[in-house]
Design a protein around this ligand. Structure first.
Ligand code: XMP
Length: 331
């Protein structure tokens, strides 16, 4: 429609004016915001835009492949996938403090982008999918305001020494719903535009305690089952109500791997294995959230599938706590 077209036109003109003949690196996470920046950047400056997807190994099952497919097949941009999985595992080894994990992951992101920029002959600009609510939060923090930060957001982690970029943040005056509308208008597929929020530090903050390759594998497998079952449930709700997005029933759903084991029995054998926590919440904006009253049948199916299909898991529990006093994530 007219309004959307003129918003896109204005944003495109602003990017072109700022960038000129330079090249721009975009940190692509596969989330809604950075994907919309990519689509906008593609329209504004085409192949002057280099999309850098840092695969830190902390995404959900199948996600790196999906991101790569969309941005190599549907958009005419330069796409670079950096395999940083080993580096992240090494940096995270033995680290169990949640904020320390966030700091390590965020700092390493900057270093990965900067390394690519230098290989490309010193690219000056870094584009980011910062949206308006992110700015408000960081503003409150910088001025030492009252809006205390409960968790640090990865893209607000300061540049480490030796890293410098000029930032381009074309979405910094938009709210999430507007960003989604922009994405659709720019031709992004539904599965990206309507993706549920996923934290920048990824599965690292859904593994309680320290992160290693084996735990990641367990969590990825369990989470894939949770998503498959709840995606289908959400789709049925959508068919019934015709409403998606913030009004759809289940806002966010995922698996969490706690740092404990418990006794179980399989056949005639005693097991001593990991539990998986199922987390599903209803929310409008993630500031507050209510645990989702999922049908028992659905919970039962998730439970039996996870225990049957994921080696090393012998128990599934459901988190029935709202925010506040809990938070959506466990870390
Ligand atoms: P909490 O756990 O604070 O989460 O209730 C609120 C929303 O923010 C997401 N979240 C994050 N997003 N980096 C992000 O980009 C983070 O470090 C982070 N921590 C939480 C969470 O998934 C929920 O949607």
């Amino acid at each position: 429609d007219w309004t959307m077209d003129s918003i896109i036109e204005d944003s495109v003109a602003a990017i072109r004016e700022k960038v000129g003949e330079d090249r721009v690196i975009l940190g692509l996470s596969g989330g809604v915001d950075s994907s919309v920046v990519a689509a906008l950047g593609a329209r504004a400056i085409g192949r002057q835009l280099v999309c850098v997807f840092v695969d830190h190994g902390l995404l959900r099952k199948g996600e790196p492949e999906e991101v790569e497919a969309v941005f190599t097949e549907q958009f005419d941009v330069d796409f670079i996938r950096v395999d940083a999985r080993e580096r992240y595992l090494e940096l995270l080894a033995g680290v169990s403090d949640p904020e320390e994990k966030r700091r390590i992951i965020g700092t390493q992101f900057w270093k990965e982008f900067f390394a690519v920029a230098q290989q490309l002959d010193g690219v000056k600009y870094l584009a980011q999918g910062t949206i308006y609510p992110d700015i408000i939060e960081s503003g409150a923090r910088k001025t030492g305001g009252k809006a205390s930060t409960i968790k640090s957001h990865h893209n607000l982690i300061p540049f480490p020494e030796g890293v410098s970029f000029e930032l381009i943040e074309p979405l910094d005056h938009f709210f999430k719903d507007e960003v989604r509308a922009l994405g659709t208008a720019l031709g992004l597929p539904d599965h990206i535009v309507h993706r549920q929020p996923f934290p920048g530090p990824g599965l690292a903050i859904r593994i309680i305690g320290d992160v290693d390759a084996e735990k990641l594998e367990v969590l990825k497998s369990a989470d894939a089952i949770v998503r498959e079952e709840l995606d289908a449930y959400n789709e049925r709700l959508f068919q019934e109500t015709g409403v998606r997005d913030s009004e759809r029933s289940v806002w966010q759903y995922f698996a969490v791997l706690p740092d404990i084991r418990s006794v179980g029995v399989m056949g005639d054998e005693r097991t001593y294995a990991r539990p998986i926590i199922l987390r599903a919440v209803e929310s409008q904006d993630a500031m507050t959230a209510d645990w989702a009253r999922l049908p028992y049948e659905l919970i039962a199916r998730v439970s039996s599938r996870v225990v049957a299909e994921v080696p090393g898991v012998n128990r599934v529990v459901y988190d029935v706590t709202s925010k506040p006093p809990a938070t959506v994530e466990w870390e």
